[in-house]
Design a protein around this ligand. Structure first.
Ligand SMILES: Nc1ncnc2c1ncn2[C@@H]1O[C@H](COP(=O)(O)OP(=O)(O)OP(=O)(O)O)[C@@H](O)[C@H]1O
Ligand SMILES: [Mg+2]
Length: 246
């Protein structure tokens, strides 16, 4: 039974509607520390809504959502801030502040959200920018970065906070194959070196195969398959099978 204990994130019979439109129906899954879960599904099936529920940007109508030992659906805002500190979110569009340099984009959340000193923050920023291959771009403005660099910058901003749980919404969309596999490598490294739980929404079948310890498939708001990539390839569901066929 899913109760959140022992899981980094768990959904327990979660449903969500917007107005009369139900976008998630009775969805349950869980992710452990050090595990990468890839979420596949056609456009409009509720993948981004699922990530937004995990960070409590929106609330479910029914069901429970666990982040480690906390059931978050009824937490007060002050408690939610504590829980959100465990999570990094790589948004689809990287969501950088355009008027700040790359360095400032990383330093701002780091200094505001943690008790780190300027010196400690600078060390972390240098390390992470080096990891994502942007060590020479501290003073670069976001508008001067390419699409792939922006993704890596967005990832760097999530990583400086040293999250235990990393959520990524289509980290490789719009990127060429080599650049997107570089992003996947960075996610894998984070998982292996820090035992981070990863939840990655993706349309990239090849990436999901390499990155995902487990795959869940959403279809019209229902979770129709949950298993290894090989299990999804042989799923009873034709929709699930088609999604993992390149
Ligand atoms: N704030 C909202 N208000 C009303 N409807 C919403 C809201 N957010 C999402 N929806 C609806 O919920 C459904 C699922 O949206 P979601 O963004 O999760 O899709 P998705 O699976 O991420 O699709 P894509 O692959 O295109 O990003 C869509 O029909 C969308 O219109
Ligand atoms: Mg989406």
């Amino acid at each position: 039974m899913i109760n959140g204990r022992g899981s980094a994130v768990a959904f327990d019979h979660v449903s969500k509607s917007f107005g009369t439109k139900q976008v998630l129906h009775d969805v349950s899954f869980d992710v452990r520390a050090g595990e990468a879960l890839c979420v596949l599904g056609r456009s409009g099936t509720g993948k981004s809504v699922t990530l937004k529920l995990i960070v409590s940007l929106i609330k479910p109508d029914q069901g429970k959502i666990w982040v480690e030992q906390d059931e978050i659906t009824h937490l007060a805002e002050s408690e939610l801030s504590r829980v959100r500190r465990k999570m990094g979110f790589l948004f689809q569009d990287a969501a950088l502040f355009d008027s700040l340099t790359l360095y400032e984009n990383l330093a701002l959340p780091l200094l505001r959200l943690t008790g780190k000193s300027q010196e400690e923050a600078d060390l972390i920023i240098d390390k992470v920018l080096h990891q994502v291959g942007l060590a020479g771009d501290k003073k670069t403005m976001p508008s001067e970065l390419s699409g792939g660099m922006r993704k890596r910058a967005g990832l760097a901003r999530a990583l400086v906070l040293e999250p235990k749980i990393l959520l990524a919404d289509e980290p490789s969309s719009g990127l060429d194959r080599i650049t997107s596999s570089e992003i996947d490598d960075l996610l894998l490294m984070q998982k292996q070196e820090h035992n981070t739980a990863l939840i990655v929404v993706t349309h990239d079948v090849r990436g999901a195969k390499r990155l995902g310890d487990r795959i869940v498939v959403l279809d019209k708001g229902r979770l129709i398959a949950d298993g290894s990539f090989g299990q999804i390839e042989h799923s009873d569901s034709e929709v699930a099978r088609n999604l993992v066929t390149e």
